[in-house]
Design a protein around this ligand. Structure first.
Ligand code: PMP
Length: 364
């Protein structure tokens, strides 16, 4: 064939399918398909972003010094141990690009975040999928997958799309049993939604161990998904390798300033967390009360709820019904969950509306 030939491992990638923003008929609907913050963005972040409009002709600071310093003082992490990217998606790709390639293996759990598979295949590495334990992460199953070709373990905590949480002791056990040549990537995109007493110990491991990378994002609780600001924290040698392959300018000047401003709005973050905790619990109880209709809620610690449809009404029918009622949620056949809907915990009105709509459909 007389044309450029894509790499076979690239052609093996199933493209990422994002959450939908509009209904089939185009009528207005609540978007509960991408785990965004229903309260929007902190006002100070909007202001900082708007003010940066006078600098559109300038390149951003390639070193993201101001953001790294702000993260350093906010989380007590060393700025020189921080790498950043165009969303934490890019940070995940940087980890794969720096530490794995053709002939290597990358492990993640069944129902793990969709980007892990893409990140592994993109660099020619072989994805290895560890079985779950009733949708939750099974540390022993991950360890059973480790071979001398394993280079990375990707683990989201809480996980997307299941919302399940892996306790600190289990993370420590996983890390302790992994060879030091394996990079453990703890993806904490939803960590700010955890209850205050929950801490999986990721930052502490990344601070003290040579082979742990924690990734974080401004897309979720900080309400800046549009601006694509993500970061990672690890040993300086890990960070230095990732810096070699990153794009020089990850995000705009406005995005960086908005992120710093959002970090400073503790009330916004706490209000978002508390609202989510209250209505996630309420929604899980609602689903439990419809249990005799074959639905169940997988225990979640994130800002969304995975609902399984195992009875007469299937997930596709529920997805379409919710869409008709004005609620766009995520149906997950491409992720091995044709029986699952992932529903973002929106405003009180939205989540009550979703529950009422499901009740009508199920006759519950
Ligand atoms: N990790 C997980 C587990 C996620 O759910 C997401 C968002 N879908 C990301 C990482 C990436 O988020 P972003 O690129 O917006 O930082």
């Amino acid at each position: 064939m007389n044309a450029p030939v894509p790499k076979p491992w690239v052609m093996a990638i199933a493209p990422y399918v994002p959450g939908r923003a509009t209904t089939d008929s185009g009528k207005p609907a609540a978007k509960l398909s991408s785990n965004e913050n229903p309260f929007g963005t902190p006002q100070a972040a909007r202001d900082a972003y708007a003010a940066a409009a006078t600098e559109l002709e300038r390149y951003p600071d390639a070193g993201a010094v101001a953001l790294r310093e702000a993260l350093g003082s906010h989380y007590g992490v060393e700025p020189e141990r921080i790498v950043y990217g165009t969303g934490s998606d890019e940070v995940l790709h940087l980890a794969a690009g720096a530490f794995a390639g053709v002939g290597d293996e990358i492990i993640y759990v069944r129902y793990g975040f969709a980007v892990y598979d893409i990140a592994a295949r993109r660099v020619g590495a072989t994805p290895v999928v560890a079985p779950d334990r009733d949708y939750a992460t099974d540390v022993d199953a991950i360890l059973a997958c480790v071979t001398d070709k394993t280079r990375i373990v990707f683990l989201a905590n809480p996980n997307n799309p299941t919302g399940t949480y892996t306790a600190r002791e289990e993370i420590a056990r996983l890390h302790a049993a992994l060879p030091k040549t394996v990079l453990l990537v703890l993806d904490q995109a939803y960590t700010e939604y955890l209850d205050p007493e929950d801490d999986d110990g990721g930052l502490e491991l990344a601070r003290t161990q040579p082979n742990v990378l924690v990734t974080r994002t401004f897309s979720k609780i900080f309400g800046l998904a549009s601006e694509r600001v993500g970061w990672g924290y690890a040993h300086p040698d890990i960070i230095a390798a990732m810096h070699r392959i990153r794009a020089p300018f990850a995000f705009s000047i406005g995005a960086g300033r908005a992120a710093i401003a959002a970090l400073g709005d503790k009330d916004f973050v706490e209000h978002s967390r508390a609202h989510n905790a209250k209505w996630r619990a309420w929604f899980a109880d609602e689903i439990a009360s419809m249990g005799n209709k074959g639905v169940r809620a997988v225990p979640s610690k994130a800002n969304f709820q995975l609902v399984l449809f195992e009875g007469a009404v299937n997930a596709e029918a529920a997805y379409k019904h919710l869409m008709e009622d004005g609620y766009i949620v995520r149906w997950l056949p491409g992720q091995g969950l044709p029986h699952g809907l992932r529903i973002t915990i929106g405003t009180e009105e939205e989540i009550k509306g979703v529950a009422a709509s499901l009740r009508r459909l199920l006759g519950a």
